[in-house]
Write a protein that binds this ligand. Structure first.
Ligand code: ZN
Length: 342
């Protein structure tokens, strides 16, 4: 999307929220889903919207993504992300039992544009709970995975262009972290990598499974009753973004419980090559997310001893709870390298 388009979309968004009573966080969240739905109906043709809703009602994620991909070029960032997460929602819900699904499937999944915090969160409102993904999470995480995928030494492909050297990949990751903590300003986005189709495919697969993990984690907070004692609208940062990172912090034990259940639900049997590959992508994506958050925190001056980070240690244990069959991408060393370098 060109800058002028982006600016006019931001103006519309701000104006919409102003008429709905923004900056009150709870009012804002109650109206966000409505905004996204109206926006999607304006951007895409009505028959497309109907076909997507029908695919969703029929629980057919393959059909949904086919329709979405055929119309993706028309969708701007906000609508593209909103629809993408409706697809991730379908993939995630399929992992839960019928009883659990009945409890969580009515929770709306929203996307917050122009919001530079690397988080998804679930929060209560007077009209029920809502799960929000943020612009920062979507804009940056896929670039992290593309950087890692570009650094893989492929054995089954003959790369047409030189792959990214580890040093250059480390610098790219640090640049992405600086872009994020600087508030995702367009002019600070590091140069785009030149990507072959198979590299994009790998990055997409890791991104999809990681977004599924993030959503399952949020659903698990709801299922495990973690929201009971939180105030309405908590989780939203209305000003200052990263300055409030520490106050953003929720109960560590609850975070670990939600992570562990998400990994348990999403892991596949390691008995088949498909299962081994799926689990490698799942674990690689989740570790990359946590390590990237640690890099951002270090840049902001927070402590970052990852070997003592209980969340990372626990996720490592749940990834390996079926002995040695889970493979960890060695390219995650690039993130460790970035963490050391800053
Ligand atoms: Zn959480």
């Amino acid at each position: 999307m060109v800058k002028a388009e982006c600016d006019s979309e931001e103006n519309r968004y701000v104006e919409f929220l102003r008429t709905k009573g923004h900056p009150d966080a709870v009012v804002f969240l109650n109206n966000l889903y409505e905004y996204l739905t109206i926006r999607a109906a304006e951007v895409l043709d009505p028959p497309i919207i109907k076909a997507l809703s029908d695919a969703e009602a029929a629980n057919d994620p393959d059909l949904f993504i086919d329709i979405f991909m055929s119309t993706k070029s028309k969708a701007e960032i906000t609508t593209g992300n909103f629809l993408y997460h409706r697809w991730i929602r379908m993939l995630t819900l399929a992992r839960y039992s019928h009883a659990e699904r009945n409890i969580i499937e009515s929770i709306p999944i929203a996307f917050i544009p122009f919001y530079p915090v690397l988080e998804a969160f679930i929060t209560r409102t007077p009209y029920g709970s809502i799960i929000c993904f943020t612009h920062a999470l979507n804009a940056v995480l896929l670039h992290v995975f593309m950087t890692l995928a570009k650094s893989i030494r492929f054995q089954h492909y003959t790369p047409k262009k030189p792959q990214l050297a580890a040093d250059a990949a480390v610098d790219q990751i640090i640049a992405l972290a600086r872009y994020l903590i600087g508030g995702c300003r367009e002019e600070e986005l590091p140069p785009k990598l030149d990507l072959e189709d198979h590299v994009v495919n790998i990055a997409d697969r890791i991104n999809n499974i990681t977004q599924t993990f993030i959503l399952a984690h949020e659903y698990n907070h709801f299922l495990m009753g973690h929201l009971k004692n939180t105030r309405q609208g908590s989780g939203i940062v209305t000003h200052g973004a990263f300055k409030h990172m520490e106050s953003y912090h929720t109960d560590l034990q609850q975070e670990i419980e939600a992570d562990e259940l998400a990994v348990r639900l999403l892991k596949k049997s390691n008995q088949t090559p498909d299962g081994i590959q799926h689990n490698a992508e799942l674990c690689g994506g989740v570790f990359a997310l946590f390590l990237f958050v640690a890099i951002c925190k270090k840049l902001l001056g927070f402590g970052t001893d990852v070997s003592r980070d209980h969340r990372i240690v626990k996720i490592y244990e749940s990834a390996f709870d079926d002995n040695d069959h889970t493979v960890i991408m060695k390219e995650l060393n690039i993130l460790m390298g970035a963490l050391d370098k800053i």
